[in-house]
Structures are given as C-alpha cells and as structure tokens.
Ligand binder design. Structure first.
Ligand SMILES: Cc1cc2nc3c(=O)[nH]c(=O)nc-3n(C[C@H](O)[C@H](O)[C@H](O)COP(=O)(O)O)c2cc1C
Length: 551
C-alpha cells in the first residue's frame, strides 16, 4: 500500500484548475495500484499559522512546533506519506502562499545544524532521514502564461534545493486558464488523458516517461490564439492602447509598419489601406500617395481597402510567422475593398510577407510571355483544329502542331507552362496517329478528341500546385501570386469549371455529329466558351473578395 498526500495549494479550493490535473494524476496512481490511499488536503481551508521563526522546534521542543493548529496533524501526515503531490497554481513566479505557509511549517522535520554539502552548497539534515529521504515528491502546477520560460525557474530551483536536483517529478501545465473553458474540452481532454497515463507510469516506476512528459509540456493552443482568447476574455478594454502618450503598443507598431513601406512594390499606386483592429477596436490608415506613406489615426481618408485583423495576427504575418493568404482563408482576418491593394500588401508593400512557406515557388518574371495575352496564342492550335479538322483532318492536326511547336520554340525552357507543353504533346500524338494510320477519318473525329483532350488537360491541372489558368492570371495579382493559396484556389475552381465546359463541348460535338448540323459539330461548341470566359473574368475578381470579406 502506498500513502499519497495530495496538497491542494490553490486558493480556489474546489474550483482549482491545478486540482483537475492533480486528481487525474491521482486516479492514474489508483488505476495502477487500487491499494493506493490518497489523502487530499485543501490547504487554504486549514488553520495553519505562519512560521514565526522562533526555532522552538529546533531547541525547546525538538521536532514539534509551538503552534497547536491543523498543521500538527498535517505534519504527521506529511512525515508518513510515501508520495507528496504539491499541487499549486503559479503565483507571482512562485508557489501559492497557502502552500508556502505549509512548506515553512515543515521546519520541524529538519535539524538546526548546517551541513556542508559540497560544491559550496549547504543544507540542514533531516531529523528523520529514513522517512524523509525515501519520500517522493511530485509538483503539479498550472499557470496563466503560455510558457514556462521566465516563469517557473523560481519554483523549479526551490524544488531542486528542497528535494534534490532531478529527484522529484513534475507536471507543469501552461495556459492553465483553458482548463476552465468547457467548450475547449476537445483540447484539454487529451491532455488529461495523458496526465492519467502519467499517474499510472508514476505508480509503476516513480517517474514519468519522456514521451508522456513531452506531451504534457505542450500548450493547448498556439500562443497568439491563447493571448487573443484570454486577453479578450477579461471583458476589459486595454487602456494602454487608448492613451495618446506616444508609448502605445498599437501606435508604435503601426509606425514600425509604416517605416517598412516599400514604394518600389507598386511605384504608381495611390491608395488608402485601413487597418481595423478587431481586438483593441482601433483604426489606422496608411495613405499612400506619390510613393510616400502617411499614417493616420484620426481625420481619416476614404479607404481603398480595409483589413480587419487583431494585433497579434498582424504582427505574426509581418514577422513572417504565419502564411498571410492561408490565414485569410482560415478567416483569422478579413479584407474588404479593392483586392489589388491587398495583393500589393502580400507582395511586400509593408515588408516581406510569408506565403506558402513550405512550397518554394519560383517568382515568375513579368514579361509578355507570361501575360494572359499569351494564353490566347496558346489557344490558337485548338481553335485551328476545331475550325479545320472537319475540312481536312491532316491540316486540322498538322497545322496546330506547327503553331504549337513555334509558340513553344519562342518561349522555350522554364518559361514554358503546363498548358503549352500539354498542347504540344496532344497534337504530337494526334499527328503521330495521322502519320501512322492515314488521314481517312470522319472530319469531326479530331475536333471531338480535341474537346475531350482539353477537358482532361484542365482537369489534370487542378491536381497541380499551380493550376492551368494561374500560369497566366498571376500577371494581374502581383509577383507573389503563385505563392498565394487563395489565388491558387480561385484558379483551381476555375479550371474545374472549364474542364466541365470542355466536357460539355465534347458531348455537344458528339451529338451534333449525328444530326443534320454535322458540318457545324466542331465549331458550334466553341460558342459555349464565350459565356464561360465572361464568367471567368467575374469569378477571378469575385471569389477572392468573397473569401476575404468578414463572414
Ligand atoms: C495572484 C496571482 C498571481 C499569478 N501569477 C502568475 C505568474 O506569475 N505566472 C503565470 O503564468 N500565471 C500566474 N497566475 C495565473 C495562475 O497561475 C493561473 O490562473 C492558474 O491556472 C490558477 O490555478 P488554480 O485554478 O489551480 O488556482 C497568477 C494568478 C494569480 C491569482
């Protein structure tokens, strides 16, 4: 049988977050060994006088305190326990005062002599070393900050001095406040499961395995999210942001952002970027005119684009810690107004912004070969095929192959994009068929194959990081467009649509081929492209704005 003394040092008694963890740990101990006896003591409810330092416990009544209060009994429990669980919230970088009072009253366990423990360290020997030296100690603590750094060093040093370096076990739970939010049970639940396993392990080995320890040292949520949630949860305005003494966090930060303004990103742009901070309810504007940027906090101008964001998210974006486009899609912030200004922001108008950090996409030089106009040239072989394959299958395949070859020859190398390569490949294959099997086909065959090929080419491109249309439309969206997941998604959706339209065109051509309209079977379906093209122009603008606006 193992005797465990569980000391609840929280001043919140039964409402303690720390005790949620401590009790879970205790249940793990019991699960491992049902014989385990747990004695829980709610320290704040006990009548424990503060040690007065009279030293009677060392001199006149050795081993006994002059106070006859609840500590008299507790001290015996402490002496007899095999395992002591010190469950305390972190208060001012230390243990709680209730726990400290208890700790100080264990002074009778020591002898008055000061021993030289070597290495320039000293300590009092135990009065009952056989009881005290075999005792095991576990610190269980929660705190409000999201990190142990510059937070727990004091407590850890204290425990090292009291119980020996690395001779005690610990569970330190940062972001402890979240244990009280039931909506977050899905985050805290798995942590508590780990605590229970830690209890079982401790029951078995008197230690917690490195794997479980690592799991227990992780915060529940990312720090910015935590700060945002807890800072707002107080329901109190952060008045520091409202003062006008110049020493303001948001204002100073905005000045830093202004200092990073880089007019070279959009040399001729005149616009007003408005930042509405959703957490601190502050508004700032960057007025960009004649390659200079003015920061406003009142007397606002008419905004071109508004970014609704909280301070932490903006900081993390501009520090390059999170993907700006990805976070937008995840609705961590929203954008309203002209997306061109936002694209300039993504291109580094206020300093470099991180986009798609794990996929290294090359920046495409802006030249005619990479403009959307080139796309129409790339379509020429297809149109030629649809127009002339019926008239002469050989011409309807060979001429497009030549056009495609010439276009690819002009572009060459890395400038060549997927659609151009796929076009060349398709007409090469069709050319091979014509050369091998002759050109005695029913005229529309190649046109119908062409529509199917287009549908396939566009469908396959949706599987690529950069879908087909993005190779051309990026021209309108700035140099970082191909790293912008929102832009890529817009184009991916567009490619789906076009793929379906090409499929419909293939079906239409097939059907017309069986009717009196057979002579128009290859050409007529092209008309479907006109409304789809108009739709595309609209969709390329609408979809990013729709995704970016507040929901
Ligand atoms: C007086 C006081 C001081 C605190 N000091 C710290 C601190 O130094 N560092 C920290 O991260 N959290 C600090 N906190 C937050 C608590 O450690 C945190 O809320 C803890 O989860 C409360 O645990 P409990 O519910 O078991 O009492 C402090 C809270 C109070 C009330």
């Amino acid at each position: 049988m193992s005797k465990v003394l569980l000391l609840n040092g929280s001043h919140k008694s039964g409402k303690s977050y720390t005790m949620i963890i401590a009790e879970q740990f205790a249940s793990g101990l019991i699960e491992y060994n049902p014989e385990t006896v747990i004695e829980t003591v709610d320290l704040i409810q006990q009548n424990i006088n503060a040690c007065t330092g009279c030293h009677a416990c060392w001199t006149t009544t050795p081993g006994e305190c002059i106070f006859q209060d609840d500590m008299t009994e507790l001290f015996h429990q402490y002496e007899d326990a095999d395992i002591v669980i010190w469950a305390t919230p972190l208060y001012h970088y230390g243990i709680s005062s209730a726990m400290k009072k208890f700790m100080e009253r264990t002074q009778p366990a020591l002898l008055p002599f000061i021993d030289n423990e070597g290495g320039g360290t000293y300590g009092h020997p135990f009065r009952n070393p056989e009881k005290m030296l075999t005792k095991k100690h576990v610190l269980i603590s929660t705190c409000g900050f999201p990190s142990t750094k510059n937070n727990y060093e004091g407590v850890e040093e204290q425990f090292n001095n009291l119980f020996g370096k690395d001779k005690w076990e610990k569970i330190i739970c940062v972001e402890g406040e979240l244990l009280g939010i039931h909506q977050l049970d899905n985050l805290t639940g798995p942590y508590l499961d780990l605590v229970k396993i830690a209890g079982q392990e401790y029951g078995e080995n008197l230690s917690i395995s490195p794997k479980i320890r690592e799991g227990l040292s992780k915060p529940f949520v990312e720090t910015p999210t935590y700060l945002q949630t807890t800072n707002l949860s107080w329901g109190v305005d952060d008045t520091r942001m409202k003062d006008s003494d110049g020493g303001l966090i948001a204002w100073n930060y905005m000045k830093e952002v202004q200092a990073a303004f880089n007019p070279k990103v959009r040399p001729k742009m005149n616009a007003v970027l408005q930042i509405d901070f959703t957490d601190i309810k502050e508004r700032y504007q960057f007025v960009i005119k004649d390659e200079t940027c003015t920061l406003l906090r009142n007397d606002f101008a008419r905004e071109t684009t508004t970014i609704n964001i909280n301070l932490t998210t903006l900081e993390r974006i501009l520090e390059g810690k999170i993907d700006a486009a990805q976070s937008l899609m995840e609705r961590k912030y929203s954008v309203v107004g002209d997306m061109r200004l936002f694209n300039a922001f993504l291109d580094g108008l206020f300093g470099p912004v991180n986009l798609n950090p794990d996929k290294k996409k090359r920046l495409v030089p802006i030249s005619f070969k990479n403009t959307p106009y080139w796309f129409f040239l790339a379509l020429c072989p297809w149109v030629f095929c649809f127009l002339f394959a019926d008239y002469n299958p050989l011409i309807g395949v060979v001429i497009p192959l030549m056009i495609s070859g010439i276009l690819c020859g002009i572009k060459r190398g890395t400038d060549l994009v997927y659609f151009e390569r796929a076009t060349l490949l398709t007409f090469s294959l069709l050319g091979l068929v014509v050369v091998t099997f002759g050109s005695e086909y029913q005229g529309n065959t190649f046109a119908i194959i062409g529509y199917f090929a287009l549908a396939l080419i566009w469908a396959i491109s949706t599987l690529k990081t950069v879908p087909l249309t993005a190779d051309y439309t990026h021209y309108f969206n700035g140099r970082n467009a191909l790293k912008n997941v929102l832009f890529l998604r817009t184009n991916r959706l567009l490619c789906y649509v076009w793929s379906l339209v090409f499929l419909a065109q293939a079906g239409l051509a097939l059907w017309l081929n069986t009717t009196v309209m057979i002579n128009f079977a290859a050409v007529l379906p092209i008309l479907l492209s006109i409304p789809t093209f108009v739709f595309s122009l609209w969709f390329l603008k609408w979809h990013p704005s729709d995704m970016a606006k507040p929901k």
